[in-house]
Design a protein around this ligand. Sequence first.
Ligand code: CTP
Ligand code: CA
Length: 226
Amino acid sequence: LAASFGDGPLRGMRVLVSAGPTFEDIDPVRYLGNRSSGRMGYAVAAAAAAAGAEVCLVSGPVCLEKPVGVARRVDVRSAQQMLDAVLTEAPRSDIYIAAAAVGDYRPRAPAEHKMKKSDGQPLTLELTENPDILSTVAALAHPPFLVGFAAETRDVEAYARGKLERKKLDLIAANQVGVGMGFETEDNALTLIGPESSEKLPRCDKRELAQALIARIAAQFHARRN
Ligand code: CTP
Ligand code: CA
C-alpha cells in the first residue's frame, strides 16, 4: 500500500479520473463514438499519481497503456458502464476529475444482429440521452471535490461557467476544440474556471498541462478543506 502513495501535494489522497471516449453500440459490429484519444485524461491520471495520490483510472476504449504510478485501471465501453464504475469508486475518492468525453446519446434499442441495408432507403436511428455522470456524483451525500472538462467550439468561458454551475462542480477546465485543436493532438490549452476564479493555462504539451492542472486542483482542494 505504501508504494501507491508517493510524496507531493496529493500525498495520501484518492483520486478518481475518468478518461477517453465512450462507445454506444448500434449493433454487434457498429457503434457511436467521439473523437477522444484519452491522452489528456491519461496525462492527468499520471500527474495525480506523480503528485502522490492513489489513482483509479476509469477508461473508455483507447490505445493507451495504464500510466506508471496509477494504482488501478477499470476499462469500460459505454456511458452507462462508466457511470457504474465511477459510482463504485466515487464514495471513497477525495477528488473526481471527469476528463472523459461521454457520449451524450445512445441507440435506444441496439440491434441483436448486424443490421442490413435496405434498397437505398434512409436509415433513422432512435437515440436516447445518457445519464450525466458528474451530476449524478454531485448528488451523492458526500461528493468528492469535483473537476469537469468542457470542450467547446465557441463561447468557451460562458458555456464552461454554465456547466460549472449546472453540474455543481468545484472547478472546470475549458478548452477550445476544432480543426487541429484539442482532439487527437499532443498539446492543448486550458482555462481553469472556479466559482470565483478564472486562470489561463497556456498551450503546451498535454503532460505539462496536466501537471499544471493537478497543481491548481491540489491547491484549491486544500484551500477548500481549511
Ligand atoms: N459529462 C458527464 N456525463 C455525461 C456527459 C458529460 O459526466 N453524460 C462530463 C464530462 O466528462 C465533462 C463535463 O461533463 O467533464 C462536460 O462535458 P460536456 O460534453 O462538455 O457537457 P455536456 O453537459 O454533455 O453538454 P454539451 O455536450 O451539450 O455541451
Ligand atoms: Ca456532451
